[in-house]
Unconditional design. Sequence first.
Length: 299
Amino acid sequence: MDRFDSLQLFTRIVELGSFSHAAAALDIPRATATHAIKALETRLGVRLLERTTRQVRPTLDGQAFYQRCVHLLAELDDAESSLQHVAANPRGVLRVDMHGTHATKIVLPRIDEFRARYPRIDLVVSGGDRLVDLVREGVDCVIRAGTPRDSSLVVRRLALMPQVVCASPAYLEAFGVPQHPDQLSRHEVVKFFSRSGAASYPLELHVNGQLQSFSLAGWMSVNDAENYVMAALRGCGLIQVPRFHVDDALREGRLVEVLSDWLSPDLPVSALYPHHRQLSPRVRVFVDWLVALYAERFG
């Protein structure tokens, strides 16, 4: 096994946590995979993987080496993909990070269509609300809601998502239904904070042609979109959220929209990727597919 193949094998073992699964993914015998990693560790003079009966995980040296391998393999794939006949049918591993709601409600329900169109691209999908260092972690593309703050990334707008302010019937029975934004001071919200340390986000509404912010009290704080909605369902307070996330709950009456006469600002959602991925065929076709997917959903 040459160096390129051994690096590919090593990255798959780290990602899958298993020699057997990685060997099967690359269609090689497990014994070959074991011998190749031993040879790689001998050549480098360090232990890359910790092996237990249940799991394989990288050592500290192995994790650092993995991140370098991901970057190197992506660059090699992009170099090969620059050839026209390859660019028409891109191949290789594409690493994407997206918040759970976008994964479960928009992207993954249609991901088989992307695979049918580009059968030589393998996806590695991670999720969560934390900030991702795309270059250091070897991530090719992220999907994020809100206004992007990192000017070092290429930003491709996917959609503007309509938002609603809503709460559970139990909360509204206890606190009353606000009839005007001026009455919000009597209410509580579910607070949302980010792992980057940003404080709780206020409610925002267009009032008399101006966008106004309303910072309300609240006893529940979360940093995950699913928990944000769940807290509202359990009567913990008002929330402001993209409508698609709570469509079912609104239709079924488990949540009730309030202050609908005052528009919430649309929430932008974008695909972001490093500048050195701008010419990558894998990234390009995936982002183009996302643009069409979000346009179909949000117009």
